[in-house]
Design a protein around this ligand. Structure first.
Ligand code: UD1
Length: 429
């Protein structure tokens, strides 16, 4: 298995281009199941999750091409992909494919809406808590589907089509909002989603569905109105910039010191994280499509953060912010409210010399003047990149194992950081 080798201590200086958002790309690709015409997506990141999902969609009959070439013959990934689900050949998403990526469960929405049936394995994915699917199933049931769980599969049918209704979520769920949107877009009549997720990736999906002929209003707010349509058609859409990748490199630059411009991104999509960085004493310049992060000489101040649905501090930046706080001049408390088991990086950060006390959903981080390089292991996607950030600031060498987690969500990580002066390389197994 590949490893990432880092020699810490270099300040970062330069420009990092931000990729399209993984968390938007996946639902957008899944939306291709809702139409027999071609959906063209631009600004698609080259990530393992995109490859995995293209295989899953292929199993349902989606024809997938990259930058105008057939996927099998392309030597590399392009940033424009075309997805055509002319006919759905299979409405079953088998365990063997779905277990690789939780988001693949979301195919249940468009498959059911278009075909009147779907049989989708219950998901696996990152090991960051129980991550149930009850909200998804309740939403589909509100839209008139018959549902059962059979041998590890969610089986949904709506032989006469879905019917618009009120879908009210007990708690904000990004995934369930995506699925409800895709299902309600093709339901008969009007639907209202209450307590919807407001994440920029939800707005991106709604924009794309609208370009495909859907009638969705209010995405980005807690209440979304959908007027169902009979069919959706092809469209072209550009994926929103990755706010989590942006925040990750912002924290890397804050941690090592130096000055880095993050290009092709939207500051308004990560206000909570940028505010926290400013409170920590980091320089943040918000441009129209870029953000410049700088820290020269001054220490890192401790800042308490609590993860929350958008526009709150994102759970996907919690591990990275914790890495930053390990070098703060004092104690910071980080509270995780989205997942019950998202502190797996704590034990690994401790191997680098971090002092973190866990207390239920809270982590108290006692900042240290230095971290020291060590051999560490990635446990999930965002946790693994927090170890990279810590390694960049640690004295000496750090090796991060199990980097397949990183490849799921960070495009050209080593190249982007090396270009800014980091000493980081991939060691092939
Ligand atoms: C969550 C994050 C998202 C992040 C992703 C990957 C939030 C609101 N969501 O999205 O930003 O990119 O993880 O790290 O920050 N839940 C249920 N039943 C369900 C669905 C969800 O109880 O059917 C619970 C979950 O266990 C969790 C919360 O609701 O505690 C939010 O879940 P959800 O937003 O669906 O998770 P993801 O879509 O994975």
């Amino acid at each position: 298995m590949d490893k990432i080798h880092i020699v810490g201590g270099n300040r970062l200086h330069g420009t990092i281009p931000i990729s399209g958002a993984k968390n938007a790309t996946l639902p957008l690709m899944i939306a291709s199941l809702a139409t027999s015409e071609t959906l063209t997506l631009h600004n698609v990141p080259s990530l393992q999750d995109v490859v995995t999902l293209s295989r899953i969609l292929g199993n349902h009959g989606v024809d997938y091409t990259v930058a105008g070439r057939r996927s099998g013959s392309a030597s590399g990934q392009g940033s424009t992909i075309k997805l055509t689900a002319k006919s759905i050949v299979d409405t079953t998403a088998p365990y063997d494919l779905v277990r690789r990526m939780r988001a693949s469960f979301w195919v249940i929405g468009p498959l059911l809406a278009r075909m009147g049936e779907a049989r989708v394995s219950l998901p696996g994915g990152c090991a960051i808590g129980t991550r149930p699917v009850d909200f998804f199933l309740d939403a589909l049931s509100a839209l008139g589907a018959d549902l059962s769980i059979e041998q590890g599969y969610a089986v949904a049918t709506a032989r006469k089509g879905l019917i618009g209704n009120r879908v009210s979520f007990p708690r904000v769920s990004v995934g369930a909002t995506h699925v409800a949107l895709m299902a309600a877009a093709l339901a008969r009549g009007e639907s209202v989603i209450e307590n919807a997720a407001c994440e920029p990736e939800i707005v991106d999906l709604a924009d794309c569905l609208n370009a495909m002929g859907a009638k969705i209003e209010g995405a980005g707010t807690r209440t979304i109105h959908i007027q169902g349509v009979d069919v959706l058609h092809g469209a072209e859409h550009s994926v929103v910039p990755d706010r989590i990748e942006t925040g990750t490199y912002a924290m890397a630059a804050a941690m090592t010191g130096g000055k880095v411009t993050l290009e092709g991104t939207r500051a308004e999509h990560l206000s909570a994280a940028l505010d926290a960085l400013e409170q920590a004493g980091v320089g943040v310049e918000r441009g129209e499509t870029s953000i410049t992060i700088s820290r020269n000489g001054n220490g890192i101040q401790p800042v308490d953060v609590t993860t929350d649905p958008f526009p709150g501090f994102p759970t996907d930046l919690q591990a990275q912010f914790m890495a930053l706080m390990t070098r703060a001049q004092g104690t910071a408390t980080i509270t995780e409210t989205i997942f019950e088991n998202r502190f797996m990086h704590v034990a690994e950060l401790a191997r680098l010399g971090a002092a973190i006390r866990l207390d239920g959903q809270k982590a108290h981080v006692d900042g240290q003047p230095t971290l020291t390089g060590a051999e560490v292991m990635a446990t999930d996607l965002r946790a693994s990149v927090s170890l990279v950030i810590a390694g960049l600031a640690a004295e000496g060498e750090t090796t991060v194992g199990r980097v397949y987690h990183l490849d799921r969500g960070f495009e050209n990580l080593e190249a982007k950081l090396s270009a800014c002066g980091a000493q980081i390389e991939r060691l092939a197994a």
